[in-house]
Each structure stands twice: as C-alpha cells, then as structure tokens.
Design a protein around this ligand. Structure first.
Ligand code: GDP
Ligand code: MG
Length: 426
C-alpha cells in the first residue's frame, strides 16, 4: 500500500464553542490522510494565520518534527491565511471545505457526480482566484503553484468559463438522464451500504464486518476498492461498501455534489444506517431524521434499512433503553451495537441477511469445451461457487447467487448442451 499523506489537523474556536477535531479527524481519514498530529487554540480569529502567530510557529515545528505533508484547518482559510501558513510551514494548508471536496472527488463514481464535484471546486476557486494570483506573484508557495504566471483577470475569466461549460454539461445530462439502474446487477452479488454521519463509526464497522477473510476470485478482487469488500452476513455473501457519510455543517455549495455521490447508496440492496447513540438524544434524533429525509430525497427510501445504534459501550444501560425506546418511533427495530468491541454484530448480520434479496442454488453440468471454461470463470466472478469439479468430459459447478444471475448461467449452460437446475437455497 502506498504511504498515505501525513496530515496535522488544526482548529481555532471561540470560548464556549464545542470542539470539532474528532469529526475533522474522521473526515481526514475518509479523504485518505494519516492524521499524525493535532493542534487547537481558543481565541478570536487572527487575520494573518487564522491561529495566533505563536501557535503558527508551533504548527511549523510540528510539521517538521512529524514530517507532515499538509495541514488541515477546521476553520475556513482566506487565501492570504493559506498563503502565510504555507510560507511558514513549507506545506500546503487546506480548510474543511477543500477536505470535503477531496472526499467527494474520491468517491464520485458517476460522470454526473464527478462534474458536480468539479463545479463546487471551481466555484470555491472563483471567489479566491484574483487574490490567489496576486499572492502567487509575491513568490509561489505550496497550494499556489503555477499561478504566478497568470494575470489575475485572465485566471478569473478562465475559471468562470470552465464553470459555464460544466453547468451546460450538467444541464444536458439532467435532460437525458436515464435512470442509472443499468449499473446495478452487473455484478452478481448484492450490495450492502454503510451510511450515516461522519464519526458515527462506519469505517470501524466496515472493518469489523469484513475482517473475516472471504474467498473471491482474482478478477473480482480487482473490481473491489478500499471501500468495498466482501462480507459474510450470517452465511450469505454480499459486497459491503463504506460510503461517503453525511457531513454536519455541509457548505451549501456542496449539497448537489454530496447528493450525487450518494447515488451508490440509492443503488444498494440494503442500507445499514450507522448512528452514534452516545451523543445527546436531540443530536441523535436530528442526525437520524436528516439521514432518513435525505435518503428518501435521493430515491433510497425503497431500499430496506437497518439502523445500527453504535457506541453502546459509552452508554449506560438505563440511558440506552430510554434512547432506544424514544428513537424506535423513527426507525423500526434498531440494533444496538458496538463496532469497536464487536458487540451484537451477529444480530446485525442476521438482520441484514433477512433483508438481502433471494438467493438460489443450482447444480450446473457443463460439457467440456472452450466455452465451459469461460463460463466457469464468469461464474466465479458473479456468484458464490460452492463446488467446482473438473472431470475428463465435464465441469460440475454448484453455485449460489442472486436469481437473475444464476438464471443466466443456467441459460448459457443449456445452450452449450449442459444440464442445470435451480434448487431453493436453505
Ligand atoms: P466514520 O466517520 O463513520 O467512518 O467513523 P469511524 O469508524 O472512523 O469512527 C469514528 C470514531 O469513533 C473513531 O475514533 C472510532 O474508534 C470510534 N468508534 C467507532 N465505533 C465505536 C464504538 O462502538 N465505541 C466507541 N467507544 N468508539 C467507537
Ligand atoms: Mg469513515
């Protein structure tokens, strides 16, 4: 695995404001950074560095000692602040907005989502364009590279034109948007998505549920990414995806980009909605409500959902029971778990398995020919092959998978003179 870029996270806040560093850390990790340090300061914003200049010096020392590649601020950075910080620390300084953009860019799986993300990035750049060019002319710094060669007005115009072009493209796409159902069912396994707010414990649950090794074929393996893996839900194999989470205080400019990256969630067969139940009840209620509303808005309301109430290790028994009681008005039968300690994950897995679409089992006998081998390898990629025996005159497969995919295998087997029959799955 390539080395992840090393980040130091920073927050300046006013007295009495609640800290956001835990959330910022989870966001940084979702964007692929390794968080190697953190710094916080309670004070008024400083025009020069956002944090005070003494703190900024401290940050520069940390960057050197921890060999950081980037500093990430929870606060919005003005171009001049980003510039001064880059100059002082020697590395690029980005803010929460840019961090969220990077997460979306990593996860944008459709052309439309990619364009939405690009649009949001350009709109962010447009309002900063002229000042960034002026700053870069005083000496280029990380984050300001290549800008010094432009005239401010020309750079601004260039971005404005790119924005207009992307807007036109998106408009055209909206007009002839054929529902993206095409992409689904290419793969023979059902897809289970993890959804929920940043810091709810999605990634922790992802690793807990996929930690057990599930054998898959090498070519299927290449279609999996770091955020999609095979998981075994009470004996049923499915793909589990750790999706872009919901993000608190999401800048308005990012709402469209966020929704288009949620598409993968709308296309899944089951959604596990992860909720941090250790937060105050009104907070839990607000977040849960917002997840449910947004999922409905993007057309995922028909997808079966399981609410996983996470971090029960942090909640007393009495508190848990009244919270569960109250929240079960919003979702049916939430399952209390601790992803970190592996508590009650069996109950969660078996609920998911009940909601997965129907599987069928089949025994398929293929007469030996070139086609038989390619069909067998296609089966390996698209369903669970429970048995495969290669005999002198035939290949015998026992498979289990989604009905349409197994049906397709049976059809092809018969076409090449084989025999096949489905049998109900246990
Ligand atoms: P994500 O942003 O939803 O992917 O959240 P993460 O999986 O990154 O978890 C956020 C933080 O919550 C991490 O510090 C986890 O260690 C912690 N966490 C996750 N699950 C649990 C849990 O069941 N109990 C406790 N105490 N902490 C948890
Ligand atoms: Mg995560």
């Amino acid at each position: 695995m390539p080395r992840r870029p090393r980040a130091i996270i920073v927050e300046r806040r006013l007295p009495g404001e609640r800290p956001h560093l835990d959330e910022l850390r989870a966001l940084a990790e979702a964007a692929g950074y390794e968080v190697v340090g953190q710094l916080e300061q309670v004070r008024e914003p400083d025009p020069r560095y956002q944090i005070g200049s003494g703190k900024a010096e401290e940050l520069a020392d940390m960057v050197r000692q921890l060999e950081a590649d980037v500093v990430i601020f929870d606060n919005e950075l003005k171009p001049v602040q980003a510039y001064n910080l880059a100059k002082l620390t020697g590395v690029e300084a980005i803010d929460r907005f840019q961090l969220i953009l990077q997460i979306f860019a990593r996860r944008a799986s459709t052309r439309e989502a990619q364009l939405q993300v690009k649009l949001a990035a350009l709109r962010y750049e447009l309002v900063r364009a002229k000042e960034k060019v002026r700053l870069a002319k005083m000496g280029e710094q990380p984050g300001f590279m290549g800008l010094g060669k432009y005239e401010a007005d020309i750079y601004y115009e260039m971005i404005r034109k790119q924005i207009a072009t992307i807007r036109r493209k998106l408009e055209r796409m909206r007009k002839k948007r054929q529902l993206h159902r095409k992409r689904r069912k290419k793969i023979g396994f059902p897809v289970v998505s993890l959804s929920g707010y940043t810091n709810a414990g999605k990634s922790t649950l992802f690793y807990a549920l996929t930690g057990e090794y599930v054998q898959i074929s090498p070519s299927l393996f290449t279609t999996l990414t770091t955020t999609t893996r095979m998981a075994n839900f009470a004996g049923r194999v499915a793909l589990l995806t750790d999706t872009v989470g919901f993000i608190d205080r999401l800048p308005v400019v990012l709402v469209e980009a966020f929704k288009s990256t949620l598409e993968e969630t709308a296309l899944s067969d089951v959604i596990i909605l992860v909720v941090d139940v250790s937060e105050p009840l009104d907070e839990v209620e607000r977040k849960l409500g917002c997840c449910l509303d947004t999922l409905a808005e993007i057309g995922a309301d028909k997808v079966p959902k399981v609410a996983a109430f996470n971090k029960i290790d942090l909640v007393g028994e009495g508190e848990l029971s009244w919270k569960l009681d109250y929240l079960s008005k919003m979702v049916e039968d939430p399952i209390p778990i601790s992803a970190l300690y592996g508590t009650n994950l069996d109950a969660l897995a078996s609920r998911v398995s009940e909601l997965l679409p129907g599987y069928v089992k089949a025994k398929v006998v293929l007469p030996l020919c070139g086609e038989a081998y390619s069909l067998a390898s296609w089966a390996m990629d698209n369903m669970r092959v429970l048995e495969a025996s290669y005999e002198p005159d035939k290949v015998v497969l026992v498979v289990e998978g989604l009905e349409p995919v197994v049906g397709k295998l049976i059809g092809r087997a018969k076409e090449i003179g084989g025999e096949a029959s489905p049998e109900p799955s246990p």
